[in-house]
Design a protein around this ligand. Structure first.
Ligand SMILES: Cc1cc2nc3c(=O)[nH]c(=O)nc-3n(C[C@H](O)[C@H](O)[C@H](O)COP(=O)(O)O)c2cc1C
Length: 207
């Protein structure tokens, strides 16, 4: 029995294109994996802790191999909990809107908490950086008002998929499948979402 974790980062509920496609992905996935568990982690319904000075001191202590002060230990415990929750999933589905050519700030906040030495990546002078979250597939659903995919001529503006692939690759993911939902701010939105759902179902059926 596997656990599928859906990280949801649009606040738009029923009006969200990324959530609509993600819901279709999940329905298809569940039809073929009925004994698996699903957790939806809605970043707009979750109160994430601050990634503050004490947490950063704790992070540098890990990188420098020094011990934590009691304050740093308390701050680090919170981060460990978030990383362990993420790592408890066997498979990850991430759905996100494009905001200002990039990702929503709630998702960036989550990633800043998640990407930690000793938890999701390691560093040694001999080996450099190494991702620690390995052997898990990641499917990503990107919704965009405009079109930035291959052949659009606007590929260079896409700091959404480029960043997501880079940061999740950094923490260890090698199996990353992508579903573009674009352009959603266009009269062809219905067709756009329908095409993305088809691809989502195809990926979900063998995920
Ligand atoms: C704050 C904000 C910023 C946005 N920035 C962009 C952008 O830079 N490029 C773009 O193509 N669309 C942009 N959009 C439009 C969204 O990407 C589009 O509506 C998408 O469908 C949102 O995903 P959702 O429907 O899952 O919420 C923006 C929307 C909002 C609310």
């Amino acid at each position: 029995m596997s656990k599928l974790l859906h990280i949801q980062s649009s606040p738009r509920g029923d009006r969200s294109a990324s959530i609509e496609v993600a819901t279709h992905f999940i329905e298809t996935y569940q039809a073929t994996n009925s004994s698996d568990t699903l957790e939806t982690f809605d970043l707009w319904e979750t109160s994430l802790p601050e990634f503050d000075g004490e947490t950063i001191n704790a992070r540098y202590a890990v990188l420098q191999g020094t011990s934590h002060t009691p304050e740093q230990s308390a701050a680090w415990e919170v981060v460990v909990k978030i990383a362990n929750h993420f790592k408890s999933a066997d498979k990850i589905l991430l759905s996100l809107p494009m905001w200002n050519f990039s990702i929503p700030y709630k998702l960036k906040h989550y990633i800043d908490l998640l990407a930690q030495p000793g938890l999701t990546f390691s560093f040694t002078p001999e080996e450099g950086y190494k991702g620690l979250v390995t052997g898990k597939p990641l499917a990503v659903i990107y919704a965009r008002g405009g079109a930035y995919g291959s052949g659009s001529g606007a590929e260079g503006y896409d700091q959404q998929s480029v960043y997501i692939k880079q940061i999740f690759g950094f923490i260890g993911f090698t199996d990353i499948q992508e579903i573009l939902v674009e352009p959603t701010l266009s009269p062809t939105k219905v067709e756009t979402v329908a095409a993305a759902k088809l691809l989502a179902a195809k990926i979900a059926s063998v995920f």
